[in-house]
Design a binder for this molecule. Structure first.
Ligand SMILES: [Zn+2]
Length: 283
């Protein structure tokens, strides 16, 4: 499931193709994904110019010159494919349509953006730009981890008195937006905190130290995604799923990468999710 860095990579890859460009034709090939599409979605998008592509948590938001904003959620398996860039950065033509190409944007520039989602957990919606933050999917989301609102004092206050495992707390989108299983595991490893450690058994100093570490883990992953964007145009035009090396995630039984550590990465299940950690480096 894409997390914040993957969604940010998709946004960055779509920006040069969609920002300041007109959607000459929007094709909507089915009535719904996870939820029904908004009424007359194709008509409301066709002819609109995309003013800005931004991201909130794991949602991509396209502000349109019609006064509406298109919300895109990739869900579990959603992919954005770009083809036919007229600026010569793509060598391939448009690929043949595939079974799960649910929404297609034919840009006036000649580029094509395709949303393909075999499992259909993704979503698209349209809302007024002026009240976009009040959308039900966005209203309850906590601060962006890379924004100024996500501060040491915010995290200390948000976790005060909680007794759940720190792993569970950091997955709570009301406490911090956009973090998922992978980057929480990585951040806790860098912070030297056990994922199962209960929040009220962690000092404020160690909680505060998590803030810059979470930012750095995400920034590193976004940088890796950015470098993958340089290569994707030679591949199949798919955005967002880049090769990235993790310290602990998915490395059960492999040597710990902690300095001077002879232990190996362990796995436990917390709140139904696999957590990867080193019992020597994390406490
Ligand atoms: Zn270790």
């Amino acid at each position: 499931m894409p997390e914040l860095p993957e969604v940010e990579t998709v946004r960055a890859g779509l920006a040069p193709v969609m920002e300041n460009e007109v959607i000459a034709e929007a094709k909507v090939n089915r009535p719904d994904l996870r939820w029904p599409f908004p009424e007359r979605m194709a008509e409301r998008l066709t002819g609109a110019r995309v003013l800005r592509l931004r991201r909130r948590s794991k949602y991509i938001l396209a502000d349109l010159d019609t006064g509406e904003t298109l919300l895109i959620h990739l869900g579990m398996s959603g992919r954005m494919l770009v083809s036919g860039d007229p600026l010569g950065r793509f060598v391939h033509d448009h690929p043949a349509p595939e079974k799960h190409d649910h929404v297609v944007f034919e840009m006036a520039s000649g580029a094509r953006v395709t949303f393909n989602d075999p499992r259909r957990f993704g979503a698209m919606d349209l809302m007024l730009t002026a009240t976009a933050e009040a959308h039900p999917l966005l209203a309850a989301i906590g601060p962006e981890p890379l924004g100024n609102e996500f501060s040491e004092s915010h995290l200390i206050a948000a976790l005060k008195g909680r007794s759940m495992p720190i792993k569970t707390a950091l997955l709570d989108q009301k406490i911090v937006a956009g973090l998922g299983n992978i980057y929480v595991c990585e951040a806790l490893f860098r912070a030297g905190i056990l994922p199962s450690r209960r929040v009220n058994r962690i000092s404020e100093k160690r909680i505060a130290a998590l803030v810059p570490i979470i930012r750095q883990v995400l920034t590193d992953a976004i940088a890796a995604g950015g470098s993958s964007l340089k290569d994707f145009r030679q591949a199949d035009g798919e955005l967002g799923y880049f090769q990235h090396s993790f310290d602990v995630y998915g490395r059960e039984g492999q040597p710990c990468r902690g300095e001077g550590c002879a232990n190996e990465v362990h796995r436990i299940v917390i709140s139904g999710r696999s957590s990867f950690y080193c019992p020597s480096c994390q406490r």
